[in-house]
Design a protein around this ligand. Structure first.
Ligand code: AHR
Length: 655
């Protein structure tokens, strides 16, 4: 046999390789000419709840725990030394009656004072400023009342201090700024009595000066920035089970969370004892980041607020008896709370609750348009209570879109019962929750393809892929990204979607997985965060159909999931493609209705090993990688899709 030239062999191999690559290529046809549905601009958003130290100890930048001495053990979180007394007589704030009196120990070398441990320590940064404030008064007739305030590092070394003279026997607010010369994730605050005059101290507070947008009583800047960077359309708050409380006494009562911060009462946080293997007896809600701050945050991150009010049901997991709930004929106060909330958000400053908002600094409306009634409720008791809420809200505020619940699980009799009831009651949106295995998310990309188009719309209000190890791995994020192609494809029926929960403190979490992890100094964005961010920043305006060669939606054939939208404002076509397989896959795109596209496109890839997670040490192991690629300029595009990857491909249509 004649010997083949090596060049010919190479050509042959190359040709046969590209032929076999072509024969196994996945062909996708995107119809750019027809909008299938419009995408709600609010579609991808945030679910916020004070779980895992999400608010106190997290987003809320206050560094002092139990600042008003109102935990059931008044000195929880505090160390005392010398002559310290907890008192309640002539307190300055009626809803927070406890304060401390520091008196001399009677010996010049023996000190009196208190120390606050913060939330698993206080995160203090070098060169940053911290605003210490306290309400104080002289407690005897002596004129030299003074305290010394120190920040102390985790090796018990004070590194910055200031003195404050308490010069009146009336309660006054005193403030000093401490400039730190050290970084420490576990610093603490120490307050000494200086001299022999006694002082009373209340509402002892320490905030970084550099909060989100510089607000006093503000939010941790890095965490709020992470929310802003998500580009959220909607912001649901304050939970979650927090809305219900363990019992009605501990439900989130929004009216207690507004007005002067010093007079907002402390509430038990139900997550402190929900899981005995994650027990946090020092977890309470200060209400310092209350409804005003939450509405303001929604506005500042560009998201539509979606508050949820209690519907008269305490947490049904913990209360399986009628006595724990409000009888249907005694709901008036609860319904009034809902109506007042709408007035608080939108009402003119001349109205009772509009005035409260205006006095807090926001005379303009917060433009509330969504309201959730009840969290994750179930059974006949829920629609029985929801009905009078809907009637009252429709009567006074017909423009408000009301969100009802489909219960805690993704299907079954209870779920079907509630959906029927939501249709009967004409809820605008129904909140569905699914915390399921990654396999469920992969298998449910078609979930909404055949949903009823005539009834209420869907709010995918809490979801996350829960692998056995509960890790925020790339695999869980790819499962969610695959599922979300189905949300996007069905954007006419799924109008809102929020991953849950949002935050978790590494040293104080109850529930995993979560979208954003943090410690006292750092933030870690999970692969799941990046999936949410990519959907939200490339949400588009109109859904386009994207079909396989056999005219089917791409819901896992060959491990490929795909959806497409266009951005009508700038003539972009945006594809989301997941390759859930371990091999690279060739995708051939045909753009129907397009003559030519720009020569270059944008391609963002999130990929890695399925078990990869982001950590404090390596926060960007899984993070989006953006490239500009050459498209060929025609209406066909070839894409080699990485194994285990989520891809956002942005093409610009030429006129
Ligand atoms: O997201 C954590 C919890 O899950 C929410 O508080 C509750 O609504 C659901 O059970």
């Amino acid at each position: 046999m004649k010997k083949l030239h090596w060049g010919a062999v190479a050509l042959l191999l190359l040709t046969s390789f590209s032929l076999s690559a072509q024969s196994s290529a996945v062909r996708l046809e995107v119809n750019t000419a027809k909008s299938q549905a419009t995408v709600n601009p609010d579609m991808y958003g945030i679910f916020f709840e004070d779980i895992n130290f999400g608010a106190d100890g997290g987003l809320y930048a206050e560094l002092v725990k139990n600042r008003s001495f109102e935990f059931p053990q008044a000195l929880m979180g505090w160390n005392t030394f010398g002559n310290v007394e907890v008192r309640t007589d002539n307190a300055p704030f009626e809803r927070n009656p406890h304060y401390v009196r520091l008196s001399s120990s009677g010996h010049a070398h023996k000190h009196t004072g208190i120390e606050n441990e913060g939330f698993r320590g206080m995160g203090i940064k070098n060169d940053a400023e911290y605003r210490f404030s306290v309400w104080g008064r002289k407690a005897d007739r002596k004129n030299n009342a003074k305290i010394r305030v120190e920040l102390v590092d985790s090796n018990n070394r004070p590194f910055v201090h200031q003195e404050i003279a308490i010069n009146s026997d009336q309660w006054n607010n005193y403030e000093v700024v401490l400039k730190s010369g050290r970084t420490d994730a576990h610093a603490f605050l120490r307050i000494f009595l200086v001299g022999d005059a006694s002082v009373d101290l209340e509402h002892i507070s320490l905030f970084p000066v550099d909060t989100w947008k510089g607000h006093k009583n503000g939010l941790r800047k890095d965490l709020a920035q992470a929310l802003y960077d998500l580009h959220p359309g909607v912001f649901r708050f304050p939970g979650g089970c927090i809305v219900e409380g363990t019992d009605l006494e501990t439900r989130y009562d929004w009216k207690k969370s507004v007005g002067p911060v010093e007079n907002r009462p402390t509430n038990e946080n139900r997550w402190h004892y929900t899981f005995t293997d994650h027990f946090f007896p020092d977890y309470f809600q200060s209400y310092g980041m209350g409804f005003y701050e939450l509405f303001l945050l929604a506005e500042e991150i560009g998201a539509a607020p979606l508050p949820v009010v209690n519907c008269g049901l305490a947490c049904q997991y913990q209360n399986d008896c009628a006595e724990a709930h409000v009888p249907v004929d005694k709901l008036d106060d609860y319904i009034q709370d809902a109506l007042d909330l709408i007035e608080f958000a939108n009402g003119d400053p001349s109205t009772e609750w509009g005035k409260v908002r205006a006095e807090m600094g926001h005379p303009e409306s917060f433009n509330l348009k969504y309201l959730g009634v009840g969290n994750e409720q179930w059974g006949e008791e829920y629609p029985a209570r929801l009905q009078p809420f809907i009637e009252a809200i429709r009567k006074k505020y017909p423009e408000i879109q009301i969100v009802g619940s489909a219960g805690p699980v993704a299907g079954g009799d209870g779920f079907n019962f509630l959906w029927k009831e939501m249709k009967r009651l004409k809820a605008d949106l129904v909140d569905e929750h699914y915390y399921m295995a990654p396999e469920w998310f992969y298998a449910n990309a078609e979930r909404y393809d055949n949903y009823d188009r005539k009834g209420p719309k869907v709010f995918a209000g809490e979801y996350a892929a829960h692998a056995k190890n509960r890790a925020n791995s790339l695999n869980s994020a790819l499962a969610e990204a695959s599922f979300m192609t189905g949300l996007e494809r069905n954007a006419d029926v799924v109008r809102l979607a929020t991953y849950a929960p949002l935050f978790a403190h590494y040293d104080a979490w109850q529930w995993a997985p979560d979208m954003i992890w943090f410690d006292n100094l750092e933030v870690v964005k999970t692969p799941n965060y990046f999936v949410q961010q990519l959907y939200a920043t490339h949400a588009g305006t109109d859904v386009l159909s994207v079909l396989s060669a056999d005219k089917k939606n791409l819901t896992g054939q060959d491990g490929i999931y795909a959806s497409a939208v266009k951005d009508r404002d700038n003539d972009d076509i945006i594809l989301k493609i997941v390759n859930s397989k371990s091999e690279k896959q060739q995708v051939e795109l045909l753009l129907k209705g397009v003559k030519s596209i720009a020569d270059t496109g944008k391609w963002i890839v999130l990929t890695g090993h399925p078990d990869d997670c982001n950590t404090l040490e390596k926060p960007l192991t899984v993070s989006p990688h953006e490239t500009t690629f050459t498209t060929g300029g025609k209406n066909t595009v070839s894409l080699a899709i990485e194994p285990y990857s989520f891809n956002v491909i942005r093409l610009h249509k030429e006129k």
